[in-house]
Design a protein around this ligand. Structure first.
Ligand SMILES: *Cc1c(COP(=O)(O)O)cnc(C)c1O
Length: 456
């Protein structure tokens, strides 16, 4: 259909416009009903406009308005983006990518029926955790595990199932807010527990915990302070001591958060197995973040406690689905076998830091005179929270015009490149640039630079 460039006082029919070749990609991307609705609402806007009532409207203008509205909707869709922020576990960028090999390996079991709740050996109904407790045991030395949808759910379930109606002791230094509106005091109240605060924001001793014990105490909850960043959480001095001095009916639970399981790249961090070794009855953490699996909440520790969690009615609301369970199973097997796809994005990013100099040099030569090598720092993640940093290299692009404009333009490329600004220059940290993204990253930037090169 050719768009009528003549001035019309009547709009085309919706059906007719839907046939237009330039709208076909939006129908594929957004669905026909959504595009239809966009056309209708654009028509309504045009009809209301004074200009339309006085002068009519040109067909091309109608089409342009519809395309623009489609673009706005399309930009809301999830797309792969290229991370050059230098923050490996980035809250706004989906936290952790899942290794391609890991994703592929969970395909077969998820695209057919599976033995999710069927014991193949006996033909009886089984639990949905399958091999996971065995794997978690081999990994952390924990007796058992429970898998829920995210770590916020882990915390809620633990508190609700083990401490509802009772007191839970938490250090004042750990009354933190983790992400959008998730506050420890709120979650305690919601789960039906009574919060007992001890210590000060910077010092809490084991005596503080012990002195706060009453007959109604159910739990001591320790929450990793640095959110999911790897940073100077100086070894809590007295976990072992607290664990030893707690009476039998009081559980020691640690919300470790990140899923860090080895100290190899964060000397100052306490790992999951170390917490368990020091006497934590349960630890909980996220399945993505440092672990590099799907988002999930993993609770590991004493089996008599996990059994109580599994029997709680809220478990039904929080239990993880088969996709998550299959991915976690694959991840842990690969992790235990020390395969690269079991390592998680933080570890990969850290390794990549070493190669960023060579890459930065190569790209600078290619993109001269606009690019310059800059030494930068990579962070595992943490938003506003200060964290340990690792040296790496990246590029500063100095392009004609405003840096902000280029930042915005990079963000709307076919595969958006998420960069940042520093001293009015566009900065690209190469540590978080995934290997698979490198060809697209180079091609898109080269295409972008063409226009400046052609100007001279
Ligand atoms: C990230 C984090 C949470 C929340 O985990 P989600 O998987 O986002 O629900 C809870 N506690 C700590 C310590 C965390 O770091």
């Amino acid at each position: 259909m050719a768009v009528n460039t003549a001035i019309n006082y009547r709009l085309p029919q919706v059906e007719q416009l839907l046939q237009h070749p330039s709208l076909q990609t939006y129908i594929l991307a957004l669905s026909r009903p959504v595009v239809t609705e966009i056309i209708r609402s654009q028509f309504a806007l045009i009809r209301q406009s004074e200009r339309f009532q006085v002068q009519g409207v040109e067909g091309v203008d109608v089409l342009a308005a519809v395309i623009k509205a489609c673009e706005v909707q399309q930009s809301k869709r999830q797309v792969r983006v290229i991370n050059t922020t230098g923050i490996a576990v980035h809250t706004n960028l989906g936290r952790s990518p899942i290794a391609t090999e890991l994703w592929d390996s969970a395909r077969e079991v998820n695209t057919g029926y599976s033995n999710l709740e069927l014991e193949l050996a006996t033909g009886k109904r089984g639990g949905r955790n399958g091999l996971l407790p065995t794997l978690v045991n081999a990994w952390l030395g924990a007796e058992d595990c429970v898998i829920v949808n995210n770590n916020a759910a882990s915390l809620y379930l633990i508190l609700h199932a083990l401490a509802a109606g009772k007191e839970v002791i938490v250090s004042r230094g750990e009354q933190i807010q983790i992400g959008g509106g998730f506050r420890i005091p709120d979650i305690l109240a919601l789960s039906g527990c009574k919060l007992v605060e001890v210590g000060t924001t910077n010092i809490t001793t084991s005596d503080d915990y012990i002195n706060a014990l009453t007959d109604n105490t159910a739990m001591v909850l320790m929450v990793h302070q640095s959110n999911f960043s790897i940073q100077g959480f100086t070894e809590s001095p007295d976990i072992q001591d607290v664990a030893k001095r707690l009476p039998e009916h009081v559980q020691l639970v640690v919300d470790q958060g990140s899923g860090l399981s080895s100290e190899q790249y964060a000397n100052s961090e306490t790992s999951l197995s170390r917490y368990l070794h020091m006497g934590a009855d349960l630890v909980c953490f996220s399945g993505d973040k440092i672990l590099g699996g799907p988002q999930a909440g993993i609770i590991a520790g004493r089996q008599d406690l996990t059994q109580v969690l599994l029997k709680n009615p809220m478990m039904r609301a929080f239990r993880a689905g088969r996709i998550v369970l299959a991915l976690l199973e694959e991840l842990l097997i690969k992790k235990l076998n020390q395969e690269p796809s079991g390592e998680g994005v933080a570890q990969h990013t850290l390794l990549r830091c070493r190669h960023t100099r060579i890459l930065a040099d190569r790209l600078t030569v290619k993109w001269s005179p606009y690019a310059e090598v800059v030494s930068m720092e990579m962070q595992v993640g943490g938003g506003s929270i200060p964290s340990e940093t690792y040296a790496c290299f990246g590029l500063a692009l100095s392009l004609p015009g405003k840096a902000q404009q280029h930042l915005d333009a990079f963000r709307v490329m076919p595969t958006p490149i998420i960069a940042y600004l520093h001293a009015d220059r566009l900065m690209l940290n190469l540590a978080t640039l995934l290997d698979d993204d490198l060809p697209r990253f180079e091609a898109q930037i080269e295409h972008y630079l063409q226009r400046f090169l052609s100007i001279g």
